[in-house]
Design a protein around this ligand. Structure first.
Ligand code: AMP
Length: 598
């Protein structure tokens, strides 16, 4: 029987192995169920080779026996000296970068063989677009040492594009923005059918999620110092613990607006143990990492200028790498390029999946587009929002937009409407109507016992977590005292689309919104609430006209404005549209008859 062919993403921080089965690509898990293998290698204190999470765990305590980020040295003769017989012996051996990489590849080969219960002998391995011949050759040699026939070395951005099914006959220009743990690359590739050309590639191989962790670690250490008046102990174990906490907080803040930090016994003062107890807001993290992200935008500009392309000539933007899960990253790239990046494939698995698809094509398997599960209807809650016309209740505030790829977690922050409000009703709906009541109710619950305070002072985070089985878990947390409520909805539904279908579905939805100019509100949090710009401008003009019109007209205009305010408050969108038109006509005729215009 033929042995299997896999696709491998051999990354600086993490690596993955994937396979095509029945036309579908999937990443293979390790025995611990983890799809990601940290690209970390070491020798244990008994001289045993350890790879992956186990090696990463020993890194803080035994850096002299552990190697990380070997990919940075590929193609050079940089030597790493490691003790190979454990701590009882002085015996060491020098390893070249490709020999260390071979240990990672061997672990991935083994992982695939265990998962498939079959021998794996052939692989497609990915490398950064800017890798030189020497670096590519070193990668190939590493594969061969690990017992793999390397069918092809392909570029990471190309693999990412393959995962996104960019294989139409028309030429597409694709920008791949790859922000991982330790490196950042941006590539502009041109794809026509099976042919991919890298037009430009830039980056910074010392920038990534690890830097965000370190900035947050310093921020946490400073909070500890301010609270207790002493610094966090400087020993490697404590600092490593703080760094790990920082990474966990960073990851939590990708889907939560706030994250509590509780690290017991982080230090001591005399005989007293000191704990770190604080909270980090997403905005705090954003402030820490924004300057680093701005550098990535400069690299985008350089890559585009090398490729001689304007941002609006790009057909797609693809985000790759675990750090692109950070909402600010998505937002800054989108604002900078004026185009929403495509999503659908998990950013840290996308390269491995693309490599597997390529491996499948090379050995003549039927390969289909990667299918993704999406949410067919937007999910959100009913909220009151303040508009220039007053408070508007019952607005549908979307938390997870339609067509989001599952699993997905999102939060929004709301605040109390009245002074000393003690409870809030969380009503969950699914649908696309801007008024909550017009959508399908999924359930509701009350959060009681809110602390007293002026209107708007109590903040409540509403968190939606939608899993692969279509189960929606809603959690509400009152920020100050942590008052919580939860509701689980079991049948919120999933739809399966290919990346092409997803792109089309999103374009259709956008077109709908462009056509419908009468949407009265944009509901996010209270500060961002506005009337649709046209309606707001109309109302402003009407208010100016009130100053200059004659009495009878003032009365008529005021009546019209009152009706409009009512309709907005009741959420009667059809009436709002009709009144908007009436108001517009009124102003047109009134202005042609006012003194200054005759
Ligand atoms: P990669 O090298 O692509 O596997 O990316 C690894 C980096 O992504 C690490 O710095 C992780 O901390 C980071 N990362 C993974 N998941 C998330 C997340 N949900 N939010 C923010 N960063 C993440």
């Amino acid at each position: 029987m033929m042995s299997r062919t896999v696709g491998i993403d051999l990354g600086t921080t993490n690596s993955e192995v994937a396979i095509v089965e029945d036309g579908q690509a999937r990443v293979l898990p390790g025995e611990d169920g983890d799809l990601i293998l940290p690209s970390c290698v070491g020798f244990s204190n008994t001289g045993k080779v350890v790879v992956g999470r186990e090696a990463l765990r020993q890194y803080a305590a035994a850096p002299e026996r552990t190697v990380r980020s070997i990919k940075r040295w590929m193609g050079t003769d940089h030597k790493t000296t490691l003790p190979i017989e454990g701590t009882d012996s002085d015996k060491t051996r020098d390893f070249l970068p490709h020999e260390i990489s071979a240990m990672i590849l061997r672990a991935l080969k083994q992982r695939a063989e265990t998962a498939l219960r079959e021998e794996v002998t052939q692989a497609v391995i990915t490398v950064p677009a800017y890798f030189t011949d020497a670096q590519r050759q070193a990668t190939k040699t590493a594969g061969e040492i690990a017992g793999l026939e390397v069918l092809q070395i392909i570029n990471e951005p190309t693999a990412a594009a393959l995962a996104y099914d960019v294989r139409s006959d028309e030429t597409e220009q694709v920008l791949v923005y790859d922000l991982g743990g330790g490196t950042f690359d941006v590539s502009v590739v041109e794809i026509t059918g099976e042919i991919t050309e890298v037009l430009a590639s830039h980056g910074n191989n010392q920038l990534g999620g690890d830097d965000f962790d370190r900035r947050l670690q310093l921020h946490l250490a400073e909070q500890f110092r301010q609270t207790h008046g002493v610094a966090v102990p400087d020993d490697p174990a404590t600092q490593a613990r703080l760094l790990r906490t920082a990474e966990q907080i960073k990851i939590a803040l990708s889907s939560h607006a706030f994250a509590p930090v509780r690290e017991a016994f982080l230090g001591s003062k005399g005989n007293t143990s000191l704990h770190l107890e604080t909270e980090v807001a997403r905005s705090d993290l954003e402030e820490l990492i924004r300057p680093l992200l701005e550098q990535t935008l400069e690299a985008i500009d350089r890559a585009l200028s090398d490729a001689k392309l304007q941002p609006d000539e790009l057909d797609r933007i693809i985000l790759v790498g675990g750090s692109t899960r950070i909402p600010l990253v998505q937002q800054m790239v989108e604002e900078h390029l004026g185009q929403t990046p495509v999503d659908g494939v998990q950013p840290d698995l996308c390269v491995a999946l693309g490599a597997a698809l390529q491996a499948g094509v090379l050995v003549g398997e039927e390969v289909e587009a990667i299918l993704v599960d999406v949410i067919p209807h937007s999910l959100g809650i009913s909220a009151a929002v303040s508009t220039p016309m007053g408070i508007l209740p019952g607005v549908f505030s979307v938390i997870i937009p339609r067509n989001s790829v599952v699993p997905v977690s999102r939060s929004e922050v709301y605040s109390t409407l009245s002074p000393n409000q003690t409870a809030v009703e969380i009503e969950i709906f699914q649908g696309e109507n801007e008024m909550a009541e017009e959508n399908v109710p999924l359930g509701s619950y009350r959060v009681e016992g809110l602390p007293p305070g002026p209107a708007g002072s109590i903040q409540i985070e509403v968190h939606f977590d939608f899993d692969l089985n279509g189960i929606l878990t809603v959690t509400t947390t009152e920020k100050g005292e942590g008052q919580q409520g939860t509701l689980v909805v079991n049948h919120a539904g999933i739809q399966r689309l290919s990346s092409h279908e997803l792109k089309q579905a999103r374009a259709d939805l956008e077109a709908l919104f462009e056509a419908d100019e009468t949407i009265p509100v944009i509901a996010k949090d209270r500060e961002d609430i506005q009337l649709a710009p046209e309606l707001a401008a109309l109302i402003e003009r009407a208010q100016q006209m009130l100053q200059i019109l004659e009495d009878k007209q003032v009365e008529d205009l005021q009546a019209l404005l009152d009706q409009l305010e009512n309709a907005l408050a009741e959420g009667e969108t059809t009436t709002v549209s009709a009144l908007q038109e009436e108001l517009s006509d009124f102003l047109y005729y009134a202005s042609t008859n006012t003194p200054g215009n005759t």
